[in-house]
Design a binder for this molecule. Structure first.
Ligand code: HEC
Length: 158
């Protein structure tokens, strides 16, 4: 191979590498995308909680639906809050409803995030136990962990 071909190949593979690494994170690095991702993640929490609530209220969800709902909440609760709330995604970016205080009081926000997991674990255990009253109680407790963060760090919808 002559030098020009070697150089061209090297350039191509370097740009392929760059493309690959940007390809993985380009969406996530865009603040508007990050807001959208977060809202999707929050919707998973909402959907999970909703499924459990429907089961508790006997509105058509099965115990299996409820178990899946609790698992969805657990899966999200296990995520690193830093990936969910990256810097630069407060109100003003796309339709973000995250108050700037969330980053200003980051340790509080992190605590609020961490409070979800033990609550969701109890919810999961209650669902596996099958006692509807206990499930309802654990659902309420988990929902409080959502509310305590929303109250302080989420802009109220008009
Ligand atoms: C550590 C803080 C925090 C916790 C804990 C939290 N949320 Fe949120 N949630 C937010 C913030 C901030 C927003 C606004 C996000 C945005 O607009 O970018 C939000 C938005 C939402 C939304 C609206 C998403 C949309 O489509 O705009 C739903 C639904 C939601 N949360 C459900 C939940 C549920 C259910 C839980 C508990 C299982 C929960 N959240 C726990 C901070 C939190």
């Amino acid at each position: 191979m002559n030098n020009r071909v070697v150089n061209a190949l090297a350039a191509a593979s370097v740009s392929a590498l760059l493309f690959a690494s940007f390809g993985g994170s380009a969406g996530a690095a865009d603040p508007a995308e990050q807001v959208k991702d977060r809202q999707q993640t929050m919707k998973k929490l909402g959907g999970g909680m909703g499924a459990v609530a429907k089961f508790v209220k006997n509105e058509g969800a099965t115990a299996e639906d409820a178990a899946k709902g609790a698992e969805a909440v657990l899966a999200v609760a296990a995520m690193d809050p830093k990936t969910i709330f990256p810097q630069g995604t407060a109100v003003g970016v796309a339709d973000s409803a995250a108050k700037p205080e969330l980053w200003q009081s980051w340790s509080v926000a992190q605590e609020r995030w961490s409070a979800m997991k033990p609550a969701a674990e109890k919810l999961d255990a209650a669902i596996k136990g099958g006692d509807r009253a206990q499930i309802a109680q654990a659902l309420g407790a988990t929902s409080k962990t959502c509310g305590s963060c929303h109250e302080d760090f989420r802009v109220k919808k008009q």
